[in-house]
Design a protein around this ligand. Structure first.
Ligand code: TPW
Ligand code: MG
Length: 562
């Protein structure tokens, strides 16, 4: 089958649609594009490559494109782009974009689309699922704004609207470019960053802040619980300033782990209900004024609390509103709330002597011939951080994610709420591109089988993550919920050998001594990606996952009235 490409016309000084879009993306703070082309997207990819406005990183499978852009967006605190072809590419990326939607990560999806020529043949267009706009309809569920750029008259305003929506809501958006429009003349986008802010009523903001401060004033044991929105809306420094002034302990939610790692704040660790550290759990659950800033009320964040939260005492600022007691202040963006609190709280009240000592993390892994446990991996990483400085972490879902709770607090990207597997390796690429730092990747063997192969792309771009595979030949996290099922057994593969095949350097560790040696060597070798495979026995879990499973079982029993 051959496909006709529309060639760029001579445009003189005028810009074409692709260039207009690329400049608008750049103006909106986008730094890179991840993608996989197809014939519907080839003209756009050609424009990306030849215009050199933004760098392009191609990967092997579309889910990875979505994860990489998601992680880059999380690290930038601003949008990144995932570009795909129509149908086969676009549908392949729905799950990562659903994840980005749920976790409020501003990913801009750009998809090629059928052109006029494709639509007028009376034939079904290849890659078409049901109707020509089925892909748009699917993406409407997992993006906050969408456009098909068919009309060059309205394109600049449409682009501005969609990019502004992405920033305002910190959620994915969808842009489809019919393949025969890419090189059409188009006026530049002029009204970017004019996010018509949510209408804020000053008197409502004042009343809301008054009430919050009064509540804090009366409280004996307030605590600040921060969640991902403070990163998504670029409020980490302001939140840290507020925490210092209020002088009250700060914890993050599970989804928010990694937040404030660059800030000087009285950060205690991560609240995880019955699955978490006992001291922290009491700090939050016994507080008479938990102030939840930018936290999403998910089951993972709050559902596994041993005690029911008394929402009469809790202030929840997220999703553009603030609720407390039995009432809600609508249309109060988090930024306005935090800024106004900061303006009003002048100095430390310094009356709250209840800030416990910060959490300590396990260290000094014993390098002997014993089998490796997830906690050993955490200890060895902590030892590494102490000897040669912290590294950012990209974690997949599986026991590796729960192990991060035993690792020193550092920058972290993980699918902490939506909990999709396959995130780790591509997310590390996004993280390295966005931060310029070498990341550690934590993933299970099951997750490796989904997107680990993407490591083959690391060499081309000079990415050199330090990958740690928790190899238990098992979907172990599932096994803990349902031990009787044999489908949780996975084949015994040698991931160290696979790493060598993929252009990196692999190490297989059967015991703690070998793990420590491999980790040290891998950390010192920055020439290519390094992969340390830790052989872990089935049934051996991290402390947090063990508590998490017990917590979930207890909740289910309570729900069933047992
Ligand atoms: C895209 C469901 C959650 S955890 C898990 C599965 C299949 C097993 C993970 O195995 P792995 O790690 O990586 O070897 P470990 O420590 O448990 O042994 N499909 C997707 N996402 C999720 N979350 C699942 C299935 C799942
Ligand atoms: Mg496994």
């Amino acid at each position: 089958m051959s496909f006709k490409l529309t060639q760029p016309p001579q445009t003189g000084n005028l810009m074409n649609l692709a260039e207009v879009l690329l400049h608008a993306l750049k103006d909106q703070g986008v730094k890179e594009i991840f993608g996989i082309p197809g014939d519907f997207a080839l003209p756009f990819f050609k424009a990306v490559e030849e215009s050199k406005i933004l760098p392009l990183y191609t990967l092997s499978h579309e889910p990875s494109v979505g994860y990489a852009a998601d992680a880059a967006a999380r690290c930038h605190g601003g949008p990144s782009v995932a570009a795909v072809t129509y149908g086969a590419g676009g549908f392949n990326m729905v799950n990562p974009i659903a994840s980005a939607y749920a976790e409020k990560s501003p990913v801009i999806v750009i998809s090629g689309g059928p052109g006029d020529g494709d639509k007028s043949t009376g034939l079904l267009v290849h890659h078409q699922a049901k109707r020509l706009n089925s892909q748009l309809e699917v993406y409407k569920e997992v993006t906050c704004d969408q456009v098909i750029l068919e009309d060059m008259q309205t394109a600049p305003a449409d682009i501005a609207r969609v990019l502004n929506s992405c920033k305002t809501h910190s959620r994915p958006v969808y842009i489809e470019i019919p393949r025969d429009r890419v090189f059409d003349h188009c006026e530049p986008v002029t009204d970017l960053n004019r996010c018509p802010p949510l209408a804020i009523h000053d008197s409502a903001l004042k009343a809301c802040v008054d009430e919050t401060l009064e509540h804090l004033h009366q409280a004996a044991s307030p605590v600040l619980v921060v969640g991902v929105e403070i990163r998504r809306f670029d409020l980490e420094a302001e939140t840290a300033e507020l925490a210092r002034k209020l002088d009250i302990p700060v914890v993050t939610t599970l989804m928010g782990r990694g937040l404030l790692s660059q800030q000087n704040v009285p950060l205690q660790g991560t609240y995880l209900g019955v699955a978490g550290d006992d001291k922290l759990t009491r700090l939050v659950e016994e507080s008479d004024a938990p102030i939840l800033l930018g936290t999403i009320l998910t089951d993972g964040n709050f559902g596994i609390s041993g005690k029911k939260f008394d929402f009469r005492k809790v202030v929840v600022a997220s999703d553009g509103q603030v609720s407390m007691g039995y009432h809600v202040y609508h249309d109060i963006p988090l930024k306005s709330f935090v800024s106004e609190l900061n303006r009003r709280v002048k100095q430390s009240t310094a009356t709250k002597a209840n800030t416990p000592a910060a959490l300590t993390y396990p260290r000094n892994m014993i390098a002997d011939k014993q089998a490796i446990t997830p906690t050993d991996i955490a200890m060895a990483i902590n030892d590494l951080f102490h000897s040669s400085g912290p590294m950012p972490i990209a974690s997949d879902m599986g026991d590796c994610f729960f192990t991060t709770l035993d690792i020193e607090y550092t920058d972290l990207v993980a699918p902490g709420f939506y909990a999709t597997m396959g995130f780790g390796v591509p997310a590390a690429f996004g993280m390295q591109v966005a931060s310029g730092k070498r990341p550690i990747v934590l993933l299970g063997d099951g997750a490796f089988q989904m997107t680990g192969w993407e490591l083959l792309n690391a060499g081309r771009y000079g990415w050199n993550p330090l990958v740690i595979v928790f190899n238990n030949s098992s979907w172990e996290m599932l096994r803990t919920f349902q031990p009787e099922s044999s489908f949780n057994d996975l084949p015994e593969l040698n991931y160290a050998r696979i790493a060598n095949e993929l252009g990196g350097k692999g190490y297989r560790a059967n015991n703690r001594e070998q793990f420590k040696d491999a980790l040290t060597t891998a950390a010192n070798n920055t020439d290519s990606f390094q992969l340390v495979e830790a052989i872990i026995n089935r049934g051996v879990l991290s402390n947090t996952l063990r508590r998490f499973v017990k917590g979930i079982e207890k909740m289910r029993q309570q729900a069933d009235g047992l």
